[in-house]
Design a protein around this ligand. Structure first.
Ligand code: NAD
Length: 324
């Protein structure tokens, strides 16, 4: 009987580092751009129970031999029960036989792979001399984003804004831990100061306007992962050179959906970041260019980090093992 590995949330945190996640996500973006990895259509449904949204993200990475599905969603009542509102589990299958090979906790992995995605974009697209990091958003994902971004450039300061200012001190504590001065600013000041901006909110309207962004800025829009969500002025998307994890998602449920709907850009204006990683696109081409990464979040990222978790947990004897 084939073995099935069980890798819980605690073990995932022990065995998948930020640099592991960065490498896994960078590799899978490269494989997607080469046509070696595919995401399957996303399913996301309102359950009509517990106000929950539930769905699947799945795909196959032929280069990395990862096949599987992340299943989960959003249960808004969980917080009151002492649980995380976002819940997910990754199921990995043997690509040669279709047999289940691992069950991996998906909550920590979702945060670390999302942070890796914006970090990969900063690594490949931000100006080398970027010094000020601007954070828009201060929720659960934001601290992961800050830690991963801080490793990509020699930042000397973090400026931040959040629609709910009372959430900012938590982000400030992480900046302090990283040895970075932290300043809560207005949105206009954030745009004027930041060389790199990460947006990671649940907004449904633009939080940053085009006039506030200075030339040469790199913006990673990470919060918009659903139809109707929006974090920046479509005029920013129109002015920027736009990159994404997956074009099909970017134009339908990512930040670019609004600029596309307004007729400001089309799908052909958006470049998969994998092309930059593979050397098939130059990426940033001038110091004044505004680059924007539309990080929509794809199932292949989840499979990539879950595969690392399963492999390392097995190597270190930390995985539970069972059989069907
Ligand atoms: P969270 O609930 O912990 O924090 C929400 C953040 O959005 C906070 O900064 C909050 O102040 C702000 N916010 C809440 N309601 C808002 C509103 N109506 N308008 C503007 N801002 C609002 O959430 P999180 O776990 O930090 O996730 C943040 C966002 O990132 C969510 O939209 C989530 O769906 C998205 N996300 C994206 C990916 C991806 O791969 N792109 C992965 C995970 C999460």
């Amino acid at each position: 009987m084939p073995e099935i590995l069980i890798v819980g949330e605690d073990i995932c945190q022990q065995v998948v580092s930020r640099s592991d996640a960065f490498a896994a996500v960078e590799n899978v973006f490269a494989a997607m751009a080469q046509g070696d990895a595919w995401n399957f259509p996303v399913v996301r449904e309102a359950l009509g129970h517990a106000d929950a949204l539930y769905g699947f993200k799945s795909g196959f990475d032929r280069a990395g031999m990862a096949l599987g599905v992340k299943s989960g969603g959003y249960w808004p009542g969980n917080m009151a029960k002492g649980l995380t509102n976002h819940q997910s589990t990754v199921f990995l299958f043997d690509p040669d036989t279709g047999q289940l090979s691992a069950l991996v906790g998906g909550n920590y992995l979702t945060a670390v792979r999302t942070a890796a995605s914006s970090a990969v974009s900063i690594d490949h697209l931000a100006r080398k001399d970027a010094r000020v990091l601007g954070m828009v958003g201060a929720g659960h994902q934001s601290t992961f984003q800050l830690r991963a971004a801080a490793e990509q450039r020699e930042f000397d300061k973090v400026v931040a804004w959040n629609p709910h200012p009372d959430m900012l001190p938590k982000l400030g504590v992480v900046a302090e831990e990283l040895g970075l001065p932290f300043e809560a600013v207005t949105r206009e000041e954030l745009g004027a100061q930041a060389d790199v901006i990460i947006t990671i909110t649940s907004a449904f309207e633009p939080l940053l306007m085009a006039d506030w962004i200075k030339p040469g800025t790199h913006i990673a829009c990470m919060g918009t992962d659903t139809v109707g969500k929006q974090e920046v002025d479509p005029a920013i998307v129109a002015r920027a050179t736009v990159f994404t994890d997956e074009v099909a998602q970017s134009i339908t449920l990512g930040e670019a959906q609004h600029a596309v709907q307004a007729g400001l850009i089309t799908a052909s204006d958006i470049t998969p970041i994998g092309k930059v990683i593979n050397g098939d696109h130059a990426g940033r081409q001038s110091e004044d260019e505004i680059t924007l990464f539309d990080g929509t979040g794809v199932g292949l990222q989840d499979l990539a980090v879950a595969q690392v978790a399963a492999r390392v947990a097995r190597e270190r004897g930390l995985a539970g093992i069972t059989q069907l």
